[in-house]
Design a protein around this ligand. Structure first.
Ligand SMILES: [Fe+2]
Ligand SMILES: [Fe+2]
Length: 333
């Protein structure tokens, strides 16, 4: 294929307002791991026994692998089939944030873990059977050029809204107990991003579904529920392997079934499991719902992170640097 022309992206003519709204939401909630003072959690960390420390470290190892997959393959796969240029711009934003997510676990490791422990966690992530299973099941859909583009969206949403939550459970549990609050803050910022990502990609899936025949829609539904069962089957094993030693397995499974239903909801589908938010450990739901917390006055970073107030430029804004014109400087608000 050779180009005969190329179109400039025009943000003054947006055909799908969801693209624009999502761009605005995601850019407003931009954050960086380096601004969260994780070292403030060291006292809490030292109080944990070895089993619980192991769970925390390896849960984050698992999450690192999944965010790596998203940043390297997941969004790239989606960008191959966009409806609008603005969708590409949104997916670029998401892809970069996935790299921030993947990096932020290393920020946590470097604060809480020794170099040897970090090496062991990465060796584990790169070889653990059930963790690798999920990366491979999802990654193969991304990498196969013949995969239906809608199935790539399903894989993305299942990863973002379902498969991450066996890992998110741990920091939310500690947050609910008022422990490891800064670690949890990073996770809540990630969670807030994933929530927008899952909703947006799920919406694009639903737009695509509406263009299919009834028969094609039914085939897609059959496929996605089967895929979800398959992923859940593996997720059960993963959860036992991680959590049996601390006795949390059953409540983590409730939590991931609840999130599997949310993934289905993002895709416009009916829930599969009977679990609702009232079945989830209230301490964990409490962890999710804690409101704005800013860590320090200067960075204003927290899940209530806000950009400075923005106002439109006017002619006066250009007068500030003019020599011998103190009036302009002093008269400004
Ligand atoms: Fe992510
Ligand atoms: Fe994401």
């Amino acid at each position: 294929m050779s180009l005969t022309h190329y179109d400039a992206i025009n943000w003054n003519q947006v055909s799908d307002m969801i693209d624009k709204a999502t761009w605005e939401k995601l850019t407003e909630q931009f954050w960086l791991d380096t601004r969260i003072p994780v070292s403030n959690d060291l006292d809490d960390w030292r109080q944990l026994d070895d089993d619980h420390k192991w769970v925390v470290g390896h849960v984050f190892g698992g999450l690192t692998l999944l965010d790596t997959l998203q940043s390297e393959e997941g969004l790239k796969a989606l960008k191959e089939n966009v409806q609008t240029q603005h969708e590409t711009a949104v997916l670029n934003n998401i892809q970069f944030m996935e790299s921030v997510h993947a990096k932020s676990y290393s920020t946590i490791f470097s604060t809480l873990n020794t170099p040897d422990e970090i090496d062991e966690i990465f060796e584990w992530s790169d070889s653990q059977e059930f963790l690798q299973n999920k990366a491979i099941k999802i990654g193969n859909l991304y990498l196969d050029a013949n995969t239906d583009p809608l199935k790539k969206k399903v894989a993305n949403v299942f990863l973002e809204t379902f498969l991450f939550y066996s890992g998110f459970y741990t920091p939310l549990y500690y947050l609910g107990h008022n422990q490891l609050n800064n670690v949890a803050e990073i996770i809540k910022l990630i969670l807030r991003d994933e929530s927008v990502h899952g909703t947006y990609i799920g919406y694009k899936f639903q737009v695509g579904m509406r263009q299919l025949s009834e028969k094609q829609q039914q085939d897609m539904k059959d496929w996605l529920y089967n895929f979800l069962y398959d992923l859940y089957d593996n997720e059960e094993k993963y959860t036992h392997m991680l959590y049996d030693q601390v006795g949390w397995t059953e409540e983590v499974l409730t939590f991931i079934r609840y999130n599997a239903n949310k993934a289905l909801m993002n895709l416009g589908q009916d829930p599969l499991f009977p679990d609702t938010s009232s079945d989830v450990n209230p301490i964990v739901m409490n962890g999710i719902s804690t409101t704005t917390s800013n860590h320090d006055f200067f960075s204003q970073v927290g899940n209530g992170y806000r950009l400075g107030e923005v106002e439109a430029m006017n002619d006066d804004d250009y007068h500030v640097a003019r020599p011998n014109s103190d009036k302009d400087l002093n008269d400004k608000e």
